[in-house]
Design a protein around this ligand. Structure first.
Ligand code: DLL
Length: 443
């Protein structure tokens, strides 16, 4: 059954046809778009032409969808090396929008959109919001940052195209966020999951119980978060929390979204073709296997991307989704291949620490991992905030909590950690993506 028929407080949202196309039609649509995109990229982008020539490929080499696997990969450094406009396939006169994503070092990467690209993006976000059960009649508070990053305007255009009422509040000023949420009868909030945890906490301090408000949906993404975190925020705020995924290089938010089943994220495959590869051998992996997500844009004009290596680790879910959408799902992205750190020979992902912490009552999902090196030996400290109630407990109770958290993390990771309980509000809050790891080993 399509989501359009599900009972919900929101008004009727027509099912977006491409989400429900029978597989053969979808594949046909994808192939036609892939061929057109490769022809355009080959004709207009020097880097793509050179890489295809080196492999003896021309646009005519793409005869089936499987031929995508013969095309060269694109990586983040390609965007840096061609900074700012080197990968554009449209003249600047046709580009109506530029965004940029902050790199960890140096220059940002720049991404471009034509008028048609902006429409594709809005459509992908309409389908995202519809999958999250939203429609006309909803009041959407958009707390993703407006500006060069893609979250703010991406969600904004989608919410307007959906016919919902959008409040372009952007990130920050948490007290005002809570006031607006309450006074305007907001039904859905868009922000990073870590910022929402902060909003829950601040609302508590202000004497506002989010469960009493009309807020019923959270549209959360832009950073990894766990199922345990979803359970926590859904319970604390009395909402359904949906995971949405995207990246600037491909379009921004709107690449994939959870649906009412909350089991994986549907990739809007008619626009973004997903593959999973083994990040070591670079060979494609079958559906169901975990590996690195590679995306090819099928409908973007200004900045087409061929086989972009996202570094995000996931798998394609082979089973059809009970929601009725035929576009395939990916598993929730818990980690990137490059947020992994190695501590005394053991590979560790911040999401593993989060899952372990959230199994134990009495802590807030605010934590930070600090890595140091002492006489050549790596040390890992996990700082965890405790709730104000727990903080006023006896020393013995605190020590028992500390020990059980350390034990939970050590069992999950297989490495020893120093665990410190810290007072409420000591770990820096972020309005956007949370910084979970502070690596002081190279300093
Ligand atoms: O974060 C776009 C976005 C905005 C997505 C708002 C969702 C909501 P970038 O700043 O380019 O774009 O960062 C992209 O963030 O490669 C992932 O590593 C991570 N990421 C995004 N969404 C999720 C998610 C935006 N739902 C990078 N789960 C991606 C896990 C996510 N990681």
């Amino acid at each position: 059954m399509a989501d359009c028929c599900a009972s919900s407080a929101a008004a009727f949202v027509p099912a977006s046809a491409p989400d429900y196309l029978p597989a053969p039609q979808l594949r046909q649509l994808q192939l036609g778009r892939l061929q057109a995109m490769v022809a355009r990229a080959y004709a207009r982008v020097e880097l793509f032409r050179r890489r295809m020539d080196e492999r003896g490929l021309t646009p005519d080499s793409v005869k089936t969808l499987e031929d995508v696997a013969r095309l060269p990969f694109t990586v983040k450094t390609d965007l840096r090396d061609t900074y700012p406009f080197g990968l554009f396939a449209s003249d600047i006169g046709e580009v109506v929008r530029l965004h940029a994503s902050s790199g960890t070092t140096g220059k940002p990467i720049v991404v471009a959109y034509t008028k048609e690209d902006v429409a594709v993006w809005a459509d992908a976000m309409v389908r995202t919001f519809a999958a999250c059960g939203l429609g006309a009649g909803d009041i959407i508070q958009n707390a993703y940052g407006y500006g060069l990053l893609t979250g703010g305007l991406g969600a904004h255009y989608g919410a307007e195209a959906l016919g919902a009422t959008v409040i372009p509040i952007s990130g920050g000023n948490t007290d005002r966020q809570i006031m607006v949420m309450k006074d305007f009868g907001v039904t859905a909030l868009c922000c990073t999951p870590s910022y929402f945890v902060h909003i829950i906490e601040r609302a508590g301090q202000m004497g506002v119980d989010l469960r009493d408000l009309p807020l019923r949906v959270g549209v959360f993404g832009a950073e990894p978060w766990t199922e345990a975190m979803r359970a926590y925020v859904e319970e604390a705020a009395g909402i359904k929390a949906y995971d949405i995924y995207g990246l600037s290089e491909i379009i921004g938010p709107g690449v994939a979204s959870a649906c009412r089943e909350q089991s994986g994220l549907h990739v809007f495959e008619d626009y973004f073709y997903p593959e999973i590869i083994d990040p070591q051998t670079l060979e494609p992996l079958p559906d169901g296997s975990e590996g690195e997500l590679v995306l090819t844009t099928l409908a973007k004009k200004a900045m087409p991307m061929i086989r972009y290596r996202t570094r995000d680790i996931t798998s394609i879910i082979p089973e059809p989704c009970p929601c009725g959408r035929t576009v395939r799902r990916i598993q929730r992205i818990g980690r990137r291949s490059d947020d992994m750190f190695i501590i005394r020979g053991v590979n560790v992902f911040p999401s593993q620490v989060e899952s372990a912490l959230l199994k134990i009552e009495g802590t807030l999902p605010h934590y930070q991992i600090i890595l140091t090196r002492d006489k050549g030996l790596d040390r890992m400290e996990v700082q965890v905030e405790v709730t104000p109630q727990v903080f006023s407990d006896t020393v013995g109770a605190l020590e028992a909590l500390r020990a059980s958290l350390a034990e939970a993390i050590q069992t999950t990771l297989g490495v020893s950690v120093t665990l410190s309980l810290v007072e409420p509000n000591t770990i820096e809050r972020s309005m956007g993506k949370a910084k979970r790891v502070i690596d002081k080993r190279q300093l």
